[in-house]
Ligand binder design. Sequence first.
Ligand code: FRU
Length: 568
Amino acid sequence: MANEENFVSLEVANRYMLLPVQENSPEAKIGIIKDNLQVGVYSNVRLARERVDYYVPFELSEYKGEYVTIDIQGVPENAICWRYFKVSDLFDTTNTEKFRPSYHHTPAYGWMNDPNGMFYKDGVYHLYFQYNPYGSMWGNMHWGHSTSTDLVNWKNEGVAIAPDAVGTIFSGSCVVDHNNTSGFGEGAVVAFYTSAKQTPWGDCQTQSMAYSLDNGKTFIKYANNPILTSSEKDFRDPKVFWYAPKEHWVMMLAVGQHMEIYSSKNLKDWTKESEFGEGHGCHGGVWECPDLVELPIEGTKDKKWVLICNINPGGPFGGSATQYFVGDFDGSTFTNNYPEETKWMDYGKDHYATVTWNNAPDGRCIAIGWMSNWQYANNVPTLQYRSANTIARDLSLFKQDGNLFLKSEPCKEMVEARKDGRQIKTVNVAKTETVSLSPQSDNGAYEVELSINPEKSKEVSFTLSNGKGEKVLMIYDVVKKTFSMDRTMSGNVSFSKDFPATTIMPVGKSKNLKLRLFVDKSSIEAFTENGKYVMTNCVFPSAPYDTVTFESDGNRYKVNNINIYQIK
Ligand code: FRU
C-alpha cells in the first residue's frame, strides 16, 4: 500500500517532536492518541518525502513523562521523514532569512496571513494573526499573538487560540469589555473568530468566541460555541465594536459578496439588523475581513463612517485588495454616500485583510494590513516564515472636490523610530542625477522622504536600485496626476506570473509631490501627501537598494528635502 497509517508510541521525554517538512509534499495528518483516545485535533503537515526544507516543532510538553501514540497518516513508507523525525527541548527561531523585514511585524516561524483581534490595553498593543505553526504555507489556522508598546517593535507571544472540534480558527476581532456586559469579568478581552470546519458534506463556517482574563495572553473558549451559524458557505471574519448611542455591540460579518450587521447587548446573543453591499463597489471576488469605523474629516469638526471591505480576487491590479465605502451608520444600517464609486484604500498589490485596533488610545483609529496577495502569498521566496504586515497606519478622512476619501498616514510612531538621518537639501535634475542612500540603506531597512517640484516637466521618473542591476521604477506623471511603481525588474520575480507588475494611483491636485517611502528588505510602501494616496508592494532584491537615480524628460526639475533615515 502506498499510503499508510503509522503509529509511533513513545514515552514523552522532550518538549517537542521536530517534524521535517518538504514544501511541495502533499499534506499528511498528524495527531496524538492517549489511552486509545484522540486528544486535540489532527494537524496537516507537509512531511518530507525526498528532502528536508526545514523543521517545525510539534508541542508535546503537556505529556511529559507519559506514554502517547503519535498517529501519522498519509506518508508512504519510503518517505525520508521517517529517518528525520527528532525530539528536542529546543526549537531555534533565530532569523535565518535575508528577506525578513526589520521594522515590520513577522511571525518567528511559519505562515501568517490576516491580522486579527487587535486591541490596546494598559499601554500595550496586541496583534493576533492567522497563523500556521506547522509550515510556511497556509493551513491549520491558529491565532498567533504578538505585542508592542510602540507599533514598530514586536514581541512574539506564541499561539493564543488553537483549533478545536468546532473548527480551525479563522479571522476575527477582540473587544475590551469595560463594563462587563458579557459577565466574563470587568475589562475582560473577548475574542470573536470564525470556526472553519471541513466536513464530508462541505465546508462549514460559524462564529465562535473566547475570553481572556489576563490581557489577551491566554483565552478560555466559550462553552456554547458556536454563537452564530448560517447556511451560507462564506460566512466569516466577525468584527465587533461598541455603538454608544444605542448602547449595544455591533458585529460586522463578511457573507459571500455582502456584509451582514448584527447587534447584541451581552456579546453572546446576536440579532441580525441589516445587510449591505449588493450593487455597491467592486464584486470581482469574495468580500472578507470587514471593519466599520467612525473617522474625523480633516479640517472640519465632522465625522463619517467608513466601511472597510477586503476583496479577493477583484483588486485593481489582480488578486486581493482593500476597498472602502464612506457613509452613515445608525447602529443598525450602513448607508453608502457614494454608491456610484469604488474607492481603494491602497493601490499596491500587497495590502490585504486590513482592520483596525479596538480601544486605541487618544481617539486614534489605527489600521494594519497583511502585506501580501493571495495570488502568490504561498510562493514568495522565504522559507522559515512567510509574510509580513504593513506598518501601522492612522486613519482619517479628507475632502477633495466635494468627495470624501480615506487617508492612511504612517502611524506617528514611525517618526519617533527614525535615527541617524541625513538630509540632501536640493537635487537639480537636468538629465540624470544619482543619490546614494548609503549608509542608511545598508541593511535594507530605511525611510526616504522627498518632495518633487516638477517645474516644467511632464514626467518625473526615478529608480531605487542596487549594484546587481535590480531596480524599482517610479514615475510621477505630472499631466495625468498619477504615481506608478514598476517592480518587473526588482529582483526575484519568477516565483509567480502574477508578481511582476506595475501599479498606478492618482495623487490629487497639488503640483509638487511629497513622498515618504518605507523600504524594509522585501517591501516598499509609498505614501504621497502623508497618506492621501498609498501604494504597498513587495520586492525580493538580491541586495538592498542603495541608490536613487532621478531622470528627466528633457525639462529640468528639483527634488527638495531628501531625508534618509534608519529605523530604530
Ligand atoms: C482572508 C481570509 C479570511 C479568512 C482567513 C483564513 O485572507 O480568507 O476571510 O478568515 O483568510 O485564513
